[in-house]
Ligand binder design. Structure first.
Ligand SMILES: CC(C)(COP(=O)(O)OP(=O)(O)OC[C@H]1O[C@@H](n2cnc3c(N)ncnc32)[C@H](O)[C@@H]1OP(=O)(O)O)[C@@H](O)C(=O)NCCC(=O)NCCS
Length: 163
């Protein structure tokens, strides 16, 4: 899985081209740094990252822009289940608002469909409006909410999409 495409950005130029690929063990430090910068709680431990990078029940997709890691997403699969779970999606702060999250989300959907899944599910904090808008724009439907889901007590909104 690897493709290069232009983010639906607000400006045009080489800097808008991004490459989406599967993450490799050598990307571990970049993935941890991006997660630490993007989330203040509910983070994966380095040990979990290592495990998921080598697991056939996880796909970690990474966006490179100008040769640097700009975004990443973690997908989980269960044996025999048509459901894929988007566990995490993060774009580097300086690259947000250029459609890179949408490019990555689309790639995640393609990855899940390629693994035989017919449905994607995800949770998002109820106070994360940028992410909720992104999911709504790509056709995700709110189907449940889970109060107290996150470590700090925040509510999770559960979204799903048929692939
Ligand atoms: C949520 C996230 C992945 C969206 O990625 P993105 O590449 O910014 O996505 P988009 O460019 O499609 O923008 C999504 C929305 O946020 C707005 N936005 C977010 N950050 C912005 C910024 N720094 N500057 C301008 N707009 C921004 C966009 O304008 C857009 O709003 P719209 O739908 O009303 O147009 C990204 O903001 C992020 O990584 N956040 C921190 C981690 C996180 O919350 N992940 C989601 C967990 S479920």
């Amino acid at each position: 899985m690897e493709k290069t495409q232009r983010a639906h950005g607000r400006s045009v130029g080489d800097k808008d081209f991004v490459r989406v690929r599967r993450a490799l063990p050598a990307d571990l430090d970049d993935l941890i740094a991006l997660e630490n910068a993007s989330f203040s709680s509910d983070r994966l431990s380095p040990r979990q990252w290592k495990h998921h990078l080598g697991s056939d029940r996880a796909s970690i997709l990474l966006v490179e822009r100008q040769g640097r890691t700009g975004a990443a997403a973690v997908l989980f699969f269960r044996k025999g289940s048509p459901l894929a779970r988007l566990y995490s999606l993060a774009v580097a702060a300086e690259l947000r608002g250029r459609g890179i999250g949408e490019v990555l989300l689309e790639a995640c959907e393609g990855e899940a469909a390629g693994c035989g899944c017919t449905q994607m599910r995800l949770e998002v904090r109820s106070d994360n409006l940028a992410a909720q808008r992104l999911y709504a724009r790509r056709g995700y439907r709110l189907f449940a909410s889970r109060p107290g889901y996150y470590e700090d007590g925040a509510t999770a909104l559960c979204y799903e999409k048929m692939l």
